[in-house]
Write a protein that binds this ligand. Structure first.
Ligand SMILES: *Cc1c(COP(=O)(O)O)cnc(C)c1O
Length: 418
């Protein structure tokens, strides 16, 4: 990762010393590299040059306003899954027309808000959602632009919790039923059918599942055309993986090229606008979690480094058995020993990394790599711990983009009994 590297024996984020960030803002703190995010977006954009493509950023990966703002300025569209995420896009002045609204359980209130804001497209996941959306739109005297999320029944070959395109998953409309649902949609007064959509999972490290999904979707596009339903766009979702340890995902460029080749073999060039909804691939490698070692505890059985970050800050290890690289901010010269890195939370599941060869002492700073996606957004206040601060680095500048939560704020909405 060129955005984070050791220089003169210490770790930098771009041109900023991480030790300075820890000093100034405390720990645990998430640090993001603006250049890394921009670079990721620009690699996608470059691979799509000359084509009608919208790269949407899936906010759920990291919805900090500074991240959303940065990507809005780059020209990204947005994939949202709640009214809360819509508000974040609007808060940074993002264009609602470039927003697609995904998710299996949109409430009527969320639909209303999205229609009033003028979101570009609703990715609808069931017949009952379609009917509700039609009614809500009609009541507002509008028509909702709709794409149906079809479930292509493709194995993304990723962790079962983040695999979404199999028949047994809750997501999307079964491939075999999509045609009938499209016919119903075309007849509903509040619905304007504009596209088709799929999203088969996350942290996908091969090109083949994307191509299989594209084929299945293209087949449906042909069938729909035969039924007299003409679409304007094809949305192939997100899901491209990043390297945490030794994964070898295709480059952004290689994936885009392979998909375009496949689509070009099916449709005349430029017939459909192509959309994507990438989250992790835009921000995953752009962040790290900075934490300080509180104690070293040797039980005879194991050696623990107890740090000030915990599962409430970074739940991916305990939730998915995920692996994050751990690097000392100022590496020591001594002999390394295997350490389990754990937090202060009262759960045996509160571990962040296991058996890492490190030479560390209390007070040392450690950085958990690739913590830009599905990290801060999945954090909680478990054990009444305030959420970590977030800092965005851009060149030699570091800006606080979310304050550390105060402990008073954790119970500010609560009331004692009267
Ligand atoms: C989560 C999600 C994405 C983004 O997935 P990544 O793996 O982060 O790229 C895109 N679209 C939908 C519908 C999602 O639920």
């Amino acid at each position: 990762m060129p955005w984070y590297d050791h220089r003169n024996g210490e770790l930098f984020a771009e041109a900023v010393r991480l030790a300075d960030i820890a000093e100034r803002y405390g720990t645990p703190t998430f640090v993001y590299s603006a250049s890394a995010i921009r670079n990721a977006y620009r690699e996608f954009a470059k691979a799509c040059a000359g084509r009608r493509v919208t790269i949407c950023y899936a906010l759920k990966a990291n919805s900090n306003l500074a991240v959303v703002d940065l990507l809005a300025r780059e020209g990204a569209g947005f994939d949202i899954v709640s009214a809360g995420e819509l508000r974040r896009v609007l808060a940074v002045g993002g264009d609602p027309a470039r927003v697609v609204f995904s998710g299996v359980g949109k409430s009527a209130a969320e639909m209303r808000e999205a229609l009033e804001a003028g979101v570009g497209c609703f990715n609808v996941e069931s017949d009952s959602e379609l009917e509700r959306l039609s009614e809500v739109a009609q009541a507002l005297g509008r028509r909702a632009a709709v794409s149906l999320r079809v479930n292509p029944d493709v194995d993304a070959r990723t962790h079962p919790y983040i695999s979404t395109g199999l028949r047994q998953n809750k997501f999307g409309i079964a491939h075999g039923r999509a045609r009938a649902t499209y016919r119903r949609a075309a007849g509903l007064p509040g619905i304007d059918v504009v596209g088709i959509d799929c999203h088969i999972g996350s942290q996908i490290t091969e090109i083949a599942p994307f191509l299989a999904a594209a084929d299945r979707v293209a087949d449906l596009v042909d069938e729909l055309r035969a039924d007299g339903i003409e679409l304007r766009h094809i949305d192939l979702g997100g899901g491209l993986g990043v390297r945490y340890r030794d994964e070898d995902p295709p480059s952004r460029q290689a994936l885009m090229q392979a998909i375009f080749e496949r689509l070009d073999s099916r449709f005349e060039a430029g017939r459909y606008e192509i959309m994507f909804e990438f989250g992790r691939a835009l921000v995953g490698n752009a962040g790290l979690l900075l934490t300080r070692v509180e104690y070293i505890k040797d039980t005879g059985e194991r050696r623990f480094a107890i740090v000030d970050a915990a599962m409430n800050d970074l739940i991916r290890p305990s939730l998915y058995d995920a692996w994050h690289g751990v690097v000392p901010v100022r590496p020591r010269a001594g002999a390394t020993l295997p350490h389990d890195i754990v937090g202060p939370v009262c759960e045996s599941g509160d571990w962040l990394a296991r058996e890492r060869m490190l030479c560390v002492e209390p007070g040392d700073l450690l950085a958990f790599e690739s913590a830009g996606a599905y990290a801060m957004v999945m954090s909680s206040n478990y054990n009444s711990r305030g959420r970590a601060a977030e800092v965005m680095v851009d060149g030699d500048r570091a800006q606080l983009v979310r304050e550390r939560e105060s402990l008073e704020s954790l119970y500010a909405l609560e009331r004692t009994l009267k």
